[in-house]
Design a protein around this ligand. Structure first.
Ligand code: ADP
Ligand code: MG
Length: 318
């Protein structure tokens, strides 16, 4: 997929200077960004008609020689996938070595199950050198519930042998005040990701605002549509920038259901289908945490057990 240098968004059919400007303002400033965009997004952002949007996407794909890729190219892409270790060997094992770049991983579970703890730990661990299970990377943290705690980062950084001050400086945090703001922040994240130094994007919580704002059946499909668009943005940045995306999703306890699918997550199948990895977290015996990997494309369904200590995630109780 060699992007020809001389071609830009302005070379697409139907793209004059003002359309190009609108697209750029929406962060769609490369052929690849157009190629992986949707008709709905282009009509909305650039004010072009459906048929022009369709032609633009098709032309961008043609120029980029997208479409079918041979197996060796996919293999090459897979080899670029990096993994962030969690601090717990047991957790890393069920993830096939750690949390992958180029994918969305969804942490879901009840309130207090440890979703935010895992997110904080990965925000620290991604900063470690590669030989220690990190990616030498910086972090973008979209905080929707005001649960980001710098004090906790300091504890975990100290536990990981990193300089806590440097660690905090490498995390860019944005509070999202509502779902629209959250979606905008995810789009803005691209500006940072273009620098190439950010390797992890966290959205904690992915679904809280959507849940609060869209109550009642009449608005459910609108919620799903917006959530779908949001996930699309996240999937795009994961893919384009080989970035690890982690989202959290609170689920309700279902005490009357003993068996079956513990995935009554907000957003239901839309979140589920866009996430490459889904990890169900719950409290285990003796203060432990249990993580269960469910419906992942290439890893078996499996459970791990870990602990959350003062210094962070661990295989042992302190
Ligand atoms: P969720 O985001 O799933 O609602 P959290 O990740 O906030 O849940 O988990 C909160 C739990 O994490 C606390 O109940 C506590 O058990 C554990 N925890 C938080 N901070 C610490 C700490 N400094 N040391 C040990 N455990 C902690
Ligand atoms: Mg939380």
């Amino acid at each position: 997929m060699a992007e020809k240098k001389e071609l830009t968004v302005s070379d697409l059919p139907g793209v004059g200077p003002s359309t190009a400007e609108k697209l750029a303002a929406a962060g769609i400033d490369t052929l690849l960004a157009v190629a992986v965009s949707s008709i709905g997004v282009l009509t909305e952002e650039a004010g072009v008609s459906d048929s022009v949007a369709r032609k633009m996407i098709q032309a961008a794909r043609d120029m980029l020689d997208m479409g079918f890729e041979t197996g060796d190219v996919i293999l090459e892409k897979r080899q670029k996938v990096n993994k962030i270790k969690t601090g717990s060997q047991s957790f890393d094992e069920i993830m096939g070595g750690g949390f992958e770049t180029g994918a969305i991983s969804e942490l879901f579970g009840e309130f207090g199950s440890g979703k935010t703890q895992v997110a904080h730990q990965l925000a620290v661990n991604v900063q470690k050198p590669e030989e220690e299970g990190g990616l030498n990377g910086k972090v973008i943290y979209i905080d929707t519930e005001n649960t980001f705690r710098p004090e906790r980062i300091i504890q975990m950084a100290t536990g990981a042998g990193l300089d806590p001050n440097v660690c905090l400086k490498n995390i860019k945090i944005a509070r999202a005040y509502n779902s629209d703001h959250q979606m905008l922040l995810a789009e803005k994240a691209e500006d940072l990701l273009k620098e190439g130094t950010y390797k992890l994007l966290i959205v904690d919580s992915l679904t809280a605002h959507f849940r609060a704002e869209f109550i009642g059946r009449g608005t459910l499909s609108e919620r799903q549509q917006k959530l779908n668009k949001h996930m699309h943005t996240l999937l795009k940045v994961a893919d384009m920038y080989n970035c690890c995306v982690i989202v959290t999703n609170q689920v309700m306890a279902k005490p009357n259901v003993m068996f079956g699918d513990p995935t009554q997550a907000i957003g239901g199948h839309i979140v589920g289908h866009s996430s490459t990895f889904r990890i169900y977290l719950r409290k285990g015996k003796k203060g432990s945490r249990v993580g269960k990997l469910v419906d992942s494309p290439n890893l078996p369904e499996n459970e791990c057990m870990f602990f959350v200590n003062e210094s962070g995630l661990n295989d042992k109780e302190l």
